[in-house]
Design a protein around this ligand. Structure first.
Ligand code: C5P
Length: 305
């Protein structure tokens, strides 16, 4: 048996600064060109030795919305790791305890974060001989956003969003997240995208001005370049989000975007004090379930004490 009985991992949520989507591919996925930024809202994933069993429990914000059975992506991650890197070991198994803070089905890769956390926690718990690249490869099998949840920082994603290249980014960006009640299903949003975008790009590309804004560390320039091809689809499924985007801009945000497939709205502030001001004022408007202030980029899945 390995030395540790319990391993804990902290893993961040993400915002897509740019999400350009092509048409649906034969495998059902869409070709993406995206820029991810990991931001400081974290789930904690704890893996505890439990030979021969794979179970999960969930606490924290919106815990009731997360399945606490084998359909949980973190359990699938633990099982996949055991069946691949752990093949031949008969002593593997774990209980995964997740503490949620990343919005559930909110467009911030919360489920992918938990899968990434479970991969790292179990690899250490079981003392497996896995490289970071091995975990990225297994992550991509679990979901398109899992590799980025492992690495964090700022990265360009191509393919399904799972092929990553680190992106240069200077400084720290201050965001206010407007969290909504009710979830938006990613497949449903992509389905609406297909219906309303008959001429999707063949080869989607991230705007070079956005990458330059990141290199320059300029939130005002970044705010102007934020782009999400899924936003019209998310807004058509959830028209109230228009008001949240507009309120954010009216209250001084330098950029406003639906995060991923939504319904979380990410508002970029000029600096930290502007973010504090924006979060207080937006919170009193009563347009969203909750308001959260975060910064990015931050690292991906990391062991904690
Ligand atoms: O990979 P993941 O399971 O997180 O994706 C959830 C769903 O989002 C997919 O089943 C698919 O419907 C949609 N998706 C897509 N194209 C991508 C990523 C996700 O169509 N590149």
């Amino acid at each position: 048996m390995a030395e540790a009985e319990i391993v804990r991992v902290r893993v961040a949520g993400k915002i897509n600064l740019a999400l350009r989507s092509g048409a649906r591919r034969p495998d059902g996925y869409h070709s993406l060109a995206t820029v991810f930024q990991a931001v400081s809202v974290y789930d904690e994933v704890e893996a505890r030795w439990a030979p021969g069993t794979f179970t999960v429990s969930v606490t924290g914000e919106q815990a009731a919305l997360v399945p606490a059975d084998g359909t949980n992506l973190a359990v699938k991650a633990a099982r996949l790791l055991a069946a691949t890197a752990g093949a031949g070991r008969t002593d593997l198994g774990c209980h995964v305890a997740i503490r949620k803070a990343i919005p559930v089905t909110g467009g911030m890769a919360g489920g992918s974060a938990d899968a990434a956390g479970a991969l790292l926690a179990c690899a250490v718990l079981w003392d497996l001989d896995t490289s970071p690249d091995d975990l990225l490869e297994l992550g991509a099998r679990l979901g398109a956003d899992v590799p980025f949840s492992l690495t964090g920082g700022t990265a360009l994603g191509t393919g399904r969003g799972d092929r990553l290249t680190p992106a240069l980014s200077r400084g720290s960006y201050h965001w206010v997240l407007a969290l909504s009640d009710g979830e938006l299903s990613t497949p449903e949003v992509f389905g609406r995208f297909d219906a309303i975008t008959p001429e999707a790009a063949q080869r989607p590309e991230v705007p070079s001005a956005l990458l330059n804004a990141l290199i320059g560390g300029d939130p005002l320039a970044l705010g102007r370049q934020l782009v999400n091809d899924l936003q019209p689809a998310a807004l058509s499924l959830r028209p109230q989000l228009r008001q949240v985007l507009q309120a954010g801009l009216d209250l001084g945000a330098v950029g406003a975007i639906v995060s991923g497939s939504g319904p979380t709205v990410a508002l970029l502030a000029a600096d930290e004090s502007a973010a504090i001001d924006l979060s207080v004022r937006l919170g009193s408007e009563g347009l969203c379930r909750a308001v959260k202030r975060v910064h990015g980029p931050v690292p991906g899945a990391r062991l904690i004490g």
